[in-house]
Design a binder for this molecule. Structure first.
Ligand SMILES: [Zn+2]
Length: 154
């Protein structure tokens, strides 16, 4: 095997903090998550589909949605993966402990799938169709990190 010289190019020490608006519907969602530990969705007046997190326009009907509904907090795993390859988490700058689960969860009462981490302490219980519940952070930030992960309850 030939020798390969690995070249590392440093991008510098640039820090680029930024803020962005999550919008009116995102603000409602994160307000309820932060202050009441509730999940808020929005229902289409035409097809009755419930979107979580809420969005302004139904992707199927192209009509504005204004009917907010509470969903979850429990749900069902729609699909998932278990990550076993270590990498630097861009959110923290440190290596995220492996293995960890990431999945798409259908919260009770919702028609869309909600993405988040899934506890894989006991991997044998993590299956498509497994019932899960959120584990909330003690710290209330009003961000998606107010949920630490979902865990299997059955
Ligand atoms: Zn619709």
């Amino acid at each position: 095997m030939e020798n390969i010289e690995y070249i590392i190019i440093e991008s510098g020490k640039a820090v680029q903090p930024f803020n962005y608006s999550v919008g009116m519907y995102g603000s409602k969602f994160f307000y309820e998550l932060k202050n009441n530990r509730k999940f808020l969705g929005v229902q289409c007046p035409k097809c009755k589909k419930v979107y979580v997190p809420p969005r302004r326009v139904c992707g199927d009907c192209f009509v504005e949605m204004k009917e907010f509904v509470e969903v979850g907090p429990k749900g069902t795993i729609g699909t998932f993966t278990i990550l076993r390859f270590a990498f630097i988490d861009p959110e923290t700058g440190t290596q995220k402990p492996i293995p960890y689960g990431y999945g798409f969860i259908k919260l009770d009462g919702a028609d869309t799938l909600f993405q988040h981490y899934i506890d894989v302490h006991d991997e044998s219980k993590v299956k498509i169709g497994a019932r899960v519940e959120p584990v909330f952070s003690d710290e209330k930030k009003g961000t998606i990190k107010d949920i630490l992960y979902f865990r299997v309850i059955d």
